[in-house]
Ligand binder design. Structure first.
Ligand code: FRU
Length: 494
């Protein structure tokens, strides 16, 4: 084991003790210590779910990237494992960037990641050179492949940048052939996805350009995923430098889902549908997995580059993963549902039906920071529609966060302005949400200690945000401008 990896392992073992259970999310994966960004290598190995992640153990800020590692039986309760890889080779000494993992037929675990090194260009500028590299392991310890890097600028098609060539996602097809899709910047300065092929997972060759962005959805495309979903082919990608369209794509670092068809001979994806994946503030770089019972489950980084400053730099950890979400493709759209295993964590059901009010309302036993809330809101009088309905949560004194709905505009909004954030960053985000025919808006809200995820329109719209309000702020209350009738079901999650 290299000195760098040994040092990281010693450091995390010592310093994770400074982080008590209360200081972390309950069922969202957080870094063992320090900083976390993208999910990496989300996969099954020997019957267990493995998650690696972009990791800098020494500070709660981005630094030379290592891979953190955790294992789980249900994707909700994670056991930390030792740091998997460190930037300890000449070809990756500026960082082990994002990538993926698979189980090889001989029982070994294979990681593919982007090795970053820095070189001075002809113009005197020092730039990242990104190549794809492998590491082989047993679920805990990994050895970098002696043939690294396995994909370099020599493997790139004409015009493809060696500076933006990253985030390989591996998969196998029915014939047992290995494929990997990577993000890349072509000559037009935007993004494209490149497909590479291998017979043995160690020797790779360029196959095709799977999709081209052509500056339609942001610029560079990071962290791709490519899979079959409900009879279609799906592409997930995280575009940088995104422009908003109406109330869609407001994050500068956004997430995009494309559905379409795939020509296997040519290796070309043809897009039929495009949409943002999450409409909240904090969601990026998601990866998917196929579960043994045939579900497609997605996890993203529940933070965003533009709004990382919501976390104080001296915090003991920064960054967390989203709730695992089952994804489906129906009626020409992506649907997302909270992982069904979450229902096993529900206890202490509290239920209210047809609560009518105008103004402020608190309901006995509706409180808490770790809960699964189902709320149905409808006008009490169909001829006098309310103006605005709001749920305050993580509430105590001057602190609260808000989820609100304005039926005349059909706009759902999340707001963490009063969550304790001391930075002038993005705190609010709005999203179009259609009510049901009778005017009902049904929301499922999943709260963990330091986040809120709102599922609306039966999973067609999801809004995620991280919040770091002091854990003593447990209040939940309702505010209505106009007469409403609400049903509330609340479970504590434990
Ligand atoms: C996306 C990303 C990836 C890269 C990693 C570096 O958030 O920029 O493209 O591999 O983060 O940490």
């Amino acid at each position: 084991m290299s000195e760098k990896l040994e040092k990281a392992r010693r450091f995390e073992e010592k310093h994770e003790r400074d982080i008590t259970e209360e200081m972390r999310p309950l069922f969202h994966l957080s870094p063992r210590v320090g900083w976390m960004n993208d999910p990496n290598g989300f996969s099954m190995y020997k019957g267990k779910y493995h998650m690696f992640y972009q990791y800098y153990p020494y500070k709660s800020q981005w630094g030379p990237m290592h891979w953190g590692h955790a294992v789980s039986d249900d994707m909700l309760t994670w056991k930390p494992l030792p740091c998997a890889i460190a930037p300890d080779e000449p070809y990756d000494n500026a960082g082990c960037f994002s990538g993926s993992a698979i189980e090889l037929p001989d029982g070994r675990q294979l990681l593919m990641y982007t090795g970053v090194r820095r070189e001075e260009d002809e113009d005197g500028e020092i730039r990242d050179i990104q190549t794809q590299c492998l590491a082989v392991g047993d679920g805990i310890d990994f050895k970098k492949y002696e043939g690294n890097p396995v994909l370099t600028e020599k493997d790139l098609p004409e015009g493809a940048s060696r500076n933006d060539f990253r985030d390989p996602k591996m998969f196998t097809d029915e014939a047992g052939v290995y494929w990997c899709v990577t993000g890349n910047r072509p000559a037009d300065g935007s993004g494209q996805l490149l497909l590479f092929r291998s017979e043995d997972a160690f020797h790779w060759t360029y196959f095709s350009t799977l999709v081209e962005n052509k500056n339609r959805f942001g610029k560079m495309w990071e962290c791709p995923d490519f899979f079959k979903l409900d009879g279609k082919y799906g592409v997930i990608v995280s575009p940088q430098d995104m422009l908003p369209e109406g109330l869609e794509y407001h994050n500068g670092n956004n997430t995009l889902f494309l559905a379409g068809t795939y020509d296997k001979e040519k290796g070309k994806f043809t897009e039929e549908h495009a949409q943002p994946i999450d409409y909240g503030i904090d969601f990026y770089a998601p990866q998917t997995i196929s579960t043994p019972d045939g579900r497609k489950v997605m996890i993203g980084w529940m933070q965003n580059w533009d709004a990382c400053a919501v976390r104080e730099p001296e915090a003991p950890w920064a960054g967390q993963m989203s709730l695992p979400r089952e994804i489906r493709y129906k009626d020409g759209r992506l649907y997302q549902y909270p992982l069904k295993e979450l229902e096993e964590k529900r206890c202490d059901k509290v239920e209210y039906k047809d609560v009518e009010f105008d103004g402020e309302k608190e309901l006995p036993r509706i409180e808490g920071r770790m809960c699964d809330l189902e709320i149905k809101i409808r006008p009490a009088d169909p001829f006098e529609i309310y103006h605005r309905f709001a749920i305050h949560f993580a509430e105590e004194g001057d602190m609260h966060s808000t989820i609100s709905y304005k039926p005349h505009e059909k706009v759902l909004k999340v707001d963490r302005k009063f969550s304790g954030s001391r930075r002038a960053i993005v705190h609010q985000r709005r999203c179009q949400v259609e009510p049901l025919r009778d005017g009902t808006v049904a929301l499922r809200i999943i709260l963990d200690r330091y986040s809120a995820e709102v599922f609306a329109e039966d999973g067609r719209k999801v809004m995620s945000m991280a919040l770091y309000t002091d854990i003593s702020a447990k209040g939940i209350s309702f505010i209505s401008d106009g007469k409403v009738k609400i049903d509330v079901t609340k479970y504590t999650l434990s």
